[in-house]
Design a protein around this ligand. Sequence first.
Ligand code: S3P
Length: 448
Amino acid sequence: MTSVNNPLPRQEISGPATARHSSRLAGRLDAAADKSCSHRAAILAGLAGGVSHIEGMLESEDVLAALRAVEALGARVERTGPGQWTIEGGKWRDPDEPLDMGNSGTAARLLLGAASRFSLTAVFVGDASLSRRPMERVLAPLKAMGAMTGAAQGGRLPVRLTGGNLIAIDYTPPVASAQVKSAVMFAALGARGQTVVREPVPTRNHTENMLPLFGGNVSVEADPAGHVITVPGGQSLTACDLAIPGDPSSAAFAVAAGLIAPESELTVAGVMTNPARFGLYDVLKEMGAHLEFTPAGSRCGETLCDITVRTSQLKGVDVTALRAPSMIDEYPILAVLAAFAEGETRMRGLGELRAKESDRLSSTAALLDANGVKVEIEGDDLIVTGVGLAGVPGGGRVETRDDHRLAMAGLVLGLGAQAPVSVDETAMIATSYPGFFDDFSAIGANID
Ligand code: S3P
C-alpha cells in the first residue's frame, strides 16, 4: 500500500523529444483515465463521510496534486494498487503547509471552492504556468458567498483562503468554465440557502453527474437559454465506490496519429462519450475522418465507446464558437490535424485558450508556424491552411511553454510530417497523460 506522498512506481521522462515520420500505426490502447472525473472523484470522496473506493484513477501529476491536497486538508488517502485509491473523507481542517497545485488549474479552482465551505485557512500555490493563470474567476463568486481571499496581483496564485459561514448566491459566470461552475457548486454544498449557477453556454457536467453518486442533491434544468444548476446548501455527502471512464481529451492524440500516419488502423478503448466532451470527434467526422464508435458499456454513469481510426484525408472545416466548450482542450491537436487537411480550417471563438497552461492561441500558432504551416490569428479565431496528408514540412522545434497538450500535439505532428519535429520539454506530459510514451511506442510511433 502506498500513501499519496510516496512516489508512484513510474519511469520519469523529461527533456526534449523528437518524433519522426511513422507509418502503419496499429494496435489497441486502453484510453487513459479521465482527468476531470479523477479530480472530482478525489475531491468528492475527500468531502464524503465514510470510505470511498476509486478504481482506474488517473495517476497523473495534476490528480496527484489534488489527492495530496485532499490528504493535507484532513482526509485519509491511500493507494491500494495501480489506479486504486481508498479515501476516507469528512470535515476539512487547516493544512500544515501551503497546498501545492503544481500545474493544475482544475485542482486549484475546484479545491478553492471545496475548501471554502469549511472554517479553515489554506494557502494555494502552483508552478510558474499556474501562477500566471487567472484565479479571480473563482475568487469573485467565493467572495460573494462570504469567503475571504487574498491573492497575488491580478488575482493569481498564491491565494490565501479563509472559508466558512457561506451564503448561497445566484451566479452567472462571465466565462464559460466548468471549473468556475464546479468551484461554486462545491462551496454551495456547505452554504446557507440554495445556490443557482446559470450557464448560458453549457460546459462539461461531470460535477453534476458525480455529485448524486455521493448522495448529493443537485438539479439541472436545460433549456435553449442554457443550463440552470441548483445546489441546496447544508448537505453532507456519503462515500461511494466508482470507476473512472476513459479521457476523450487524451485519446485524441492517438486518434490524431492514426488519422495522419500512412496505412494506420488502431483502436482506443473505453473513451467517455459525454457530449460535453465529444466535440472534437463530431468535428473530425465533418472533416471526413474514418472513425468507428463501438459502444463499450459505462462507468460511473458515463457511457463509453471504443474508437477505431484509419488513416484519412481530412478536409478543412469551419468550427463554430458554440462548439468550443465541448472541445476546449482539443484545439492544439485539431490545429495539427487541420494542417494535414485539404483546404482552410477556421476555429472560432477561442479567447479562453489564452487562459490555459500556456496562451494556447499563440503557442498553437507558433507550433504550426515553426513547422512550415500557414497559420493566422484573427481576433479570437485560429485559421490554418491545410496542405494535405503528405504535405506538412515539419522540421521545427516546438516551444512547449510548460504546456502538456502543446508537447503532445507537437510530437503527433512529427509522426505525419516530412521532417522530424522536436519539442523542447516533455516532463509536463505527465500532468495529464503519464502513459503517453508507452502508448505511442505500443502503436509503433517513432518518438525518441
Ligand atoms: C476542466 C475544465 C476546462 C478544461 C480543463 C479541465 C475541468 O477548463 O480546460 O482541462 O475538469 O473542469 P475551463 O472549465 O476553465 O474551461
